[in-house]
Design a protein around this ligand. Structure first.
Ligand code: SAM
Length: 439
């Protein structure tokens, strides 16, 4: 878009790019001031969280369908409408004027007039907006909660409507964040003092030591606490996998899908930097992030290796973490883009890749050693069914109970896996098990 760079114009550009390529790259926002940069993330994620509903309303007040609109027009309208309906603090007239100006500058005066007409009509009816009323129940639910129809279908079938609605509502909320103290750089006591001094509000978790629930990660970025390696941003449920692997100082640990590396960093901390973590990933760009983090966090026992984890030549390890690539349906509140990116076919591909990775990971565990399989998915095929398939095929691994590591409320009934859901546990949806090699 050929207009002045602001949080609004950059967000519209990112949304257009996402529509065209399914790729969400926030780097163009780096040219903005930190506050505006954060605003871009808010706009983009919030609009993606409500995309189907916004499109429905726009369609109701426009003579052409949303699908027929040019990407620029569609996304200018989405952003302005999001501001009018969901963003307190921006008066409707300001949202409309901004939308009209951007449309005029980027697409010409006719487009400006069209944006003006559609948004003013919506504003006139803002207290009695139409509700989606499709006969097709899946389409109705998908539009109301802004999730793709295939997800709605499978979740309603699995959980029933009431529960599925709660899950989708949770996915549409602004997520909560956790930060974890890095004991390689500081102590929990000092970290708390530092947050107090900076007037950062936090709630210390009683699920795992060192995790703090915070409203926003912005102060940790602006005060350089992440770059200085004092703490890292990691959902508490993402901390469960390293916790149940229980890496000890001096051990050899493989992290086989490691990048961008938050779990490797936590394991390095748990090992007090002693012993070796071999962090493998297939993606060189993501490994660059891991390398930077390892330096920032002084996680000196991490050795990085770019490789396909299905084809590794490594000796046996005390512990192996396979934090497998997955659909990410447990993290749709933080990664709203994923709901529009993922397809049912991808789920099938993901299951196949996980199966191959799990079998290969198992080959690197020494007798008596541990293998942790984890995902940030809530789909049974990627989780429990994957583990069951593995156990049916290999009798040299056994599941171990997790109650000594994690609170009961995040465990399955038999205590052999953890599975969290955003609407139940107030954190991301993660799954994991610990397998012991018995022969
Ligand atoms: C869920 S992410 C890992 C997140 C990481 N454990 C963390 O905590 O930061 C999955 C990773 O698997 C990697 N991956 C996918 N296929 C792979 C393969 N065949 N071999 C190794 N890594 C692979 C992806 O590049 C991605 O970084």
């Amino acid at each position: 878009m050929d207009t002045e760079l602001t949080a609004r114009t950059v967000s519209i550009d990112l949304l257009i790019e996402f529509d065209e390529t399914s790729n969400l790259d926030f780097s163009p926002a780096n040219e903005l001031e930190p506050r505006e940069r954060a605003q871009v993330r808010e706009y983009v994620q919030n609009i993606l969280r409500r995309r189907s509903y916004l499109d429905f309303i726009i369609g109701e007040f426009s003579s052409i369908t949303v699908d027929e609109m040019k990407p620029e027009l569609k996304n200018i309208l989405r952003l302005a409408l999001y501001e009018m309906l969901f963003m307190g603090g921006t008066p409707d007239y300001a949202a409309i004027n901004e939308g009209v100006e951007i449309a005029k500058l980027s697409m010409g005066s006719k487009a400006g007039d069209l944006v003006n007409a559609i948004l003013r009509n919506i504003q006139r009816d803002i207290d009695k907006l139409p509700k989606p009323a499709f006969k097709d129940r899946t389409k109705l639910v998908a539009t109301t909660f802004s999730h793709p129809e295939w997800m709605v279908k499978r979740w309603v079938k699995r959980f029933g409507e009431r529960e599925a609605f709660k899950l989708m509502q949770a996915n549409n909320q602004r997520p909560s964040y956790y930060v974890r103290v890095n004991n390689l750089r500081t102590k929990t006591k000092n970290f708390k003092l530092r947050m107090d001094k900076l007037d950062i509000e936090y709630k210390e978790s009683d699920w795992l030591p060192g995790y703090f629930k915070v409203e926003s990660v912005a102060p940790f970025i602006s005060k350089d606490l992440l770059r200085k390696g004092i703490c890292l941003v990691q959902d508490i449920a993402a901390g469960f996998a390293p916790t149940i692997l229980e890496p000890e100082p001096g051990e050899t640990i493989y992290d086989l899908c490691a990048a961008p590396g938050t779990k490797s960093i936590v394991m390095s901390d748990m090992m007090n930097g002693e012993g070796t973590i071999i962090a493998v990933d297939i993606n060189p760009k993501r490994l660059e992030m891991l390398a930077q983090s390892a330096m920032d966090y002084q996680a000196e026992n991490i050795k990085i290796r770019q490789d396909d984890a299905r084809d590794l030549n490594l000796k046996l390890a005390d512990g192996v973490l396979l934090d497998a690539p997955c659909t990410g349906t447990g993290v749709l509140s933080k990664r709203a883009d994923l709901r529009w990116k993922r397809t049912e076919e991808e789920l099938e591909n993901s299951v196949k890749l996980q199966e191959e990775l799990l079998e290969e990971s198992a080959n690197h565990v020494k007798r008596g050693g541990r293998l942790v399989y984890s995902t940030c998915s809530i789909e049974p095929e990627e989780n429990w069914e994957q583990v069951q398939k593995f156990l049916d095929k290999y009798d040299n691994f056994e599941l171990e109970p997790l109650d000594e590591f994690l609170p009961e409320e995040v465990l399955t009934e038999d205590g052999l896996a953890y599975q969290t859901f955003p609407h139940i546990h107030g954190c991301d949806g993660h799954f994991g098990v610990r397998l012991k090699r018995v022969k």
